[in-house]
Design a protein around this ligand. Structure first.
Ligand code: SG4
Ligand code: ZN
Length: 260
């Protein structure tokens, strides 16, 4: 952590709270999801993905030094957003990014029954009512992040191929790289008809704002060892070789389950 107070590393995440007080608050993320302890949310409508079949006009990949982040520009009315499930309003897609580690036994931020996965992808959305991402972060229901777990499989993931096609350009560079635009629906199609866990938590990086409704499908997508190698080649700030925060105490929060 440098003296400017705007940067952080993953060597001792317990130190984050010194410079970023919200990282020391009670309802932090990620957490361990214990499947047998889940409560049912009952008659929830299915989560709805809207506009994910629309390709953006431009798509950009950037190495933030803490992850690689994918953003896109969509024409008005074409922006992807999610509704229903546990959500009370539309949540507009902002960006997606990844968390990984130095080997296959670690990498994901959330755990399922104490198990880690080599890769976790976060699709970050903000509540439409709050108009912008930076404004939405100030509210407890401002953001929803859909987290997807990936497990090793020789086939790998078609959906990741398009993103990883541009990864070598940003592995050792902070310059944004323009990808050939593609639609994001391959990800939500892959998690159709599964159960989800949901709970209230925080951003998993400083400033750790407690503004996130987490939505985690209880199944995994595939990533190949070759694809994982590309993630591990990405140069992170401070020589970090992982970018997952350890799980945080639940502190009495309930985790609810619902189906799509
Ligand atoms: C990653 O570091 C992303 O690259 C960040 O996005 C993101 O910050 C951060 O994770 C925290 O998000 O879903 N893991 S998380 O809680 O979205 C924000 C950027 O730096 C504020 C754009
Ligand atoms: Zn994340």
């Amino acid at each position: 952590i440098n003296s400017s107070g705007t940067d952080f590393d993953y060597k001792d995440t317990c130190k984050w709270a010194k410079e970023f007080p919200m990282c020391g608050e009670k309802f932090q993320s990620p957490i361990n999801i214990k499947i047998p302890n889940l409560e049912s949310l009952g008659e929830l409508p299915p989560l709805k993905w809207n506009g994910y079949e629309n390709a953006p006009t431009t798509m950009t990949l950037v190495n933030s030094g803490h992850s690689i982040t994918l953003t896109g520009q969509w024409d008005d009315n074409n922006i992807p957003y999610i509704t229903d499930g546990p959500l009370t309003d539309a949540y507009i897609f902002e960006q997606l990014h990844f968390h990984w580690g130095p080997n296959d036994s670690v990498g994901s931020e959330h755990k399922m029954n104490g198990n880690s996965f080599p890769l976790e992808m976060h699709m970050v959305h903000f509540k439409k009512e709050y108009e912008t991402f930076s404004n939405a972060v100030k509210y407890s229901d401002g953001l929803t992040v859909v987290g997807l777990f990936f497990d090793i499989s020789p086939m790998g993931s078609e959906a990741l191929t398009a993103i990883l096609g541009g990864v070598s350009a940003v592995s050792s560079s902070k310059d944004p790289f323009e990808l050939d635009p593609f639609e994001l629906s391959s990800f939500n199609v892959a998690i159709a008809a599964v159960q989800f866990a949901t709970y209230a938590g925080s951003l998993t990086t400083p400033p750790c704002s407690q503004s996130v409704i987490w939505i985690l499908p209880i199944n995994t997508l595939n990533v190949s060892s070759k694809q994982m190698k590309k993630f591990r080649n990405i140069e992170l700030n401070h020589g970090d070789t992982h970018n997952y925060r350890p799980t945080q105490p639940l502190n009495g929060r309930s985790i609810h389950i619902f189906t799509q």
